[in-house]
Design a protein around this ligand. Structure first.
Ligand SMILES: Nc1ncnc2c1ncn2[C@@H]1O[C@H](COP(=O)(O)OP(=O)(O)O)[C@@H](O)[C@H]1O
Ligand SMILES: [Mg+2]
Length: 365
């Protein structure tokens, strides 16, 4: 029997506000998390991430739908019976307890012996690099150290599922990257199924086996990081994950190729074959999505693969690691990120641009 398989079936949560309005915070969410998977709920503030997590934890109960842990419906089970642990943005440590006692807390509730507790706390403190700090209180630790105590406390009880609600949001940028690597390393080592809530797309990209993109209570897309990035299901997902250029195109025909569905599009008077979303129709308008870093530019057309297109540089912004350009081409504006920062194409210059078809995607909208 796999341990830590979590399934959400048509889970809905509606709240009645004090003004007697009904707010549907989560609308028919369907999701399957396999044992040991790291799944991130990603979306803008207010899209229903925390509410989803709180229902999984048992702090809220669904208005409709089922939540199954290893095949058992837990939708109405109290939180302490679910064998889950949660790490919060605010750390939520007991301020009057030492690091040792904070980590030991859940083990005491499990009626472990003193010797057993000592052994496990020792193991946890070394896992999260807190050795030597066992007697400190939370106020005597940095934010990053406090969050590592919270992490140790969560994994000490060997939960079936680990839940995280924006655990790194209160830390500064450098610590955030360090601790996120640590969270991923630990989670992989222990193999605990994890659900992680964030509004930070780079966090979601770097941590996840699977990303669940949410918007206004609804799941927009579930996929691996590269699928979400290269094959977004709609403009919202494309725009929320990284940056995207959207270009209106005409679909001339559809081709089922060995590499998948391709749309033959007309772009600025030229034809090309681009990977396409299912459900597109010929002779209809569609949207071509091209990431800024997928666009190649040159002053010489001969440097570029065909087809290529003429453009004029409207703005040039130098960042050191790269150079950004806004190009005017046809009646479209394109944002370009050029990793070659050894050359700077001046504003007003005439250039050509192109892109590898496999790096673009045609959307049905
Ligand atoms: N207890 C509540 N009562 C009324 N509305 C709520 C309550 N909790 C959350 N909401 C509303 O549900 C929506 C989703 O909230 P939340 O899950 O916290 O979003 P997120 O975590 O993605 O920022 C928001 O519109 C929020 O105002
Ligand atoms: Mg939230």
């Amino acid at each position: 029997m796999p341990v830590g398989t979590l399934v959400l079936e048509d889970v809905t949560k509606s709240f009645i506000t004090p003004e007697k309005r009904t707010v549907t915070a989560v609308d028919k969410a369907n999701l399957r998390i396999e044992q040991g998977q790291f799944v991130t709920l990603l979306g803008p503030s207010g899209c229903g991430k925390t509410t989803t997590l709180r229902m999984i934890a048992g702090f809220e109960f669904p208005t409709n739908g089922r939540i199954l842990l290893d095949g058992r419906d837990i939708a109405n089970m109290p939180p302490n019976k679910r064998e889950m642990a949660m790490v919060f943005q605010s750390y939520a440590l007991f301020p009057h307890l030492s690091v040792f006692d904070n980590i030991a807390y859940g083990l005491q509730l499990q009626n472990k012996s003193g010797a057993e507790i000592k052994r496990i706390v020792g193991e946890m403190t070394s896992l999260v690099n807190l050795g030597g700090l066992e007697r400190r209180r939370p106020a005597e630790l940095s934010g990053g150290q406090q969050q590592r105590v919270a992490l140790a406390r969560a994994i000490a009880i060997r939960p079936k599922v680990l839940l995280f609600d924006e655990p790194l949001s209160n830390l500064d940028a450098k610590l955030r990257v360090g601790l996120r690597t640590e969270i991923r390393r630990l989670q992989k080592k222990l193999g605990i199924s994890s659900v992680y809530v964030t509004h930070d797309q780079s966090e979601a990209m770097s941590l996840s086996d699977l990303i669940v993109v949410m918007n206004a209570g609804k799941i927009e897309q579930i996929g691996k990081p590269h699928e979400i990035y290269l094959r977004p299901t709609n403009k919202f997902v494309a725009d929320f994950i990284g940056r995207a250029n959207f270009v209106a195109v005409n679909v001339l025909a559809l081709h089922n190729t060995p590499k998948g569905e391709r749309a033959e599009i007309e772009l600025l008077g030229q034809r090309m074959l681009v990977p396409a979303q299912a459900g597109l129709q010929a002779n209809r308008a569609a949207t071509l999505v091209i990431r800024p870093e997928s666009i190649l530019i040159s002053e010489q057309a001969a440097d570029l693969p065909t087809p290529h297109f003429a453009a004029q540089v409207r703005t040039t912004t130098y960042y050191g690691v790269n150079v950004e350009y806004d190009l005017g081409t046809g009646n479209t504006e394109l944002n370009v990120v050029d990793n070659d920062s050894s050359r700077i194409l001046p504003e007003g210059s005439n250039v050509f641009w192109s892109f590898a078809a496999d790096r673009a995607y045609v959307l049905n909208e």
